[in-house]
Write a protein that binds this ligand. Sequence first.
Ligand SMILES: Cc1cc2nc3c(=O)[nH]c(=O)nc-3n(C[C@H](O)[C@H](O)[C@H](O)COP(=O)(O)OP(=O)(O)OC[C@H]3O[C@@H](n4cnc5c(N)ncnc54)[C@H](O)[C@@H]3O)c2cc1C
Length: 434
Amino acid sequence: MTEWTNWSGLETAHPRRVVEPADTAAIIAEVERARAERTTLKMVGTGHSFTAISAPEHTMLTPGGRRGIVAVDREAMTVTAHAGTPLSVLNSELERLGLSLHNMGDIDQQTLAGATSTGTHGSGGHAAGLAAQLAGLELVTGTGEVLRASADENPDVFAVARVGLGALGVLTTLTFQVEPLFVLEAHEQPMSWDAALEGFDQMSAESHHVDMYWFPHTDRVLLKRNDRLDVDLDEAEPLPRWRAALDDDLLSNRLFGALCAVGNAVPAAVPLINRVSSRALGARTYSDVPHRVFTTERRVVFREMEYAVPRAAGLSALREARAVLDASGLGVGFPVEVRTAPADDIALSTASGRDSLYVAFHVHRDAEHREYFALMEQVMRAHDGRPHWGKVHTRTAADLAPAYPRFEEFLAVRDRLDPDRVFANPYLRRVLGE
Ligand SMILES: Cc1cc2nc3c(=O)[nH]c(=O)nc-3n(C[C@H](O)[C@H](O)[C@H](O)COP(=O)(O)OP(=O)(O)OC[C@H]3O[C@@H](n4cnc5c(N)ncnc54)[C@H](O)[C@@H]3O)c2cc1C
């Protein structure tokens, strides 16, 4: 029997069939078969969601070799790619074309469809989410119809399907708005909690992208500010190879992994370990093409919950989270990450209709996450928080509906595009209803 498991190892499933469709006709055939048999179908990405959002029940479709850019429109500045393309492949192909996405998250291993469908985001910019950078998409619906959607074509579908949770169809291609390749300069700087929080709003206003990591049980914060430089590409100053290897390979992955193992074995040592970790990474400045500044390699496997709260209340939510964690007596060895996003116009995007602050809580794969995440989820819910669709949370359709003014709009399109629930799975039944 085939076993599907996600990156963090938190979710497993046992699909009865696994199919790698060669083309759109093969996807349509699978949809028709599932409909006739009254079974379900799930196209998976690379399994980087911490939730069971992509867990297949009956038939699992895999993206296979259908990857890469299929069309470039330099006038409209759009690029169309196969939906199952890994972000890393899109980034290198764009770089070769002298183009780039505007913004992205911390890693580049996910598929484009998986990342957009769950609302994957970076920080700041005029669009933080990958879905908010979409100009169009094509999908096979639950009735086997091929639909194209953009602001001009099926706009009602475009309004919801950019963050579609895999519930509306199998995406075949995605069209992104792109920009000429540019140079991004990163400033990474350790700071005190007070200085970072007091200066956060001003730094966010001044820099294009701000990313903050707080080390629990300490007063230490690592602040990353990324700014666009108005220079030629050959004037970029990437990190020397030895420095990248020391910081990103040894300190951020190998040493950090070893420290996590010590913390798991001796929880009382976690505050001391966090003080060491927070001082291991010093200040550094470098510049490079955007994807090499935005994304890094994550080899220490962890579990994560992330909430989006309204931007104006965001720092209060963060302060309260710290107070609750301090009072809990729990030892948490992973930093809390804080990012921002401007409001977007996608029905179930976590930034739908409101400027947002994201607060992300992590624990090592071998550490217990339930009690910590439950405490933090209470704080985030009290601040009108919306959980990331791809990260651990306990919310259900009944309590998500009030958090999203356009929830019903999404459900109405789902009823139309997937009336027989060909794309359902236990996670979608929980967060969207039957
Ligand atoms: C180490 C790590 C770092 C991360 N960093 C960030 C970050 O910086 N910012 C952030 O917001 N998130 C982040 N995430 C979360 C991650 O980006 C999302 O969970 C994303 O969905 C993973 O993409 P995937 O290809 O693994 O998709 P999967 O998790 O496999 O699938 C996600 C959803 O997409 C659907 N799907 C996949 N392909 C298709 C298709 N062709 N058509 C229709 N639906 C489809 C699946 O059915 C499922 O519903 C991170 C996760 C990890 C493990």
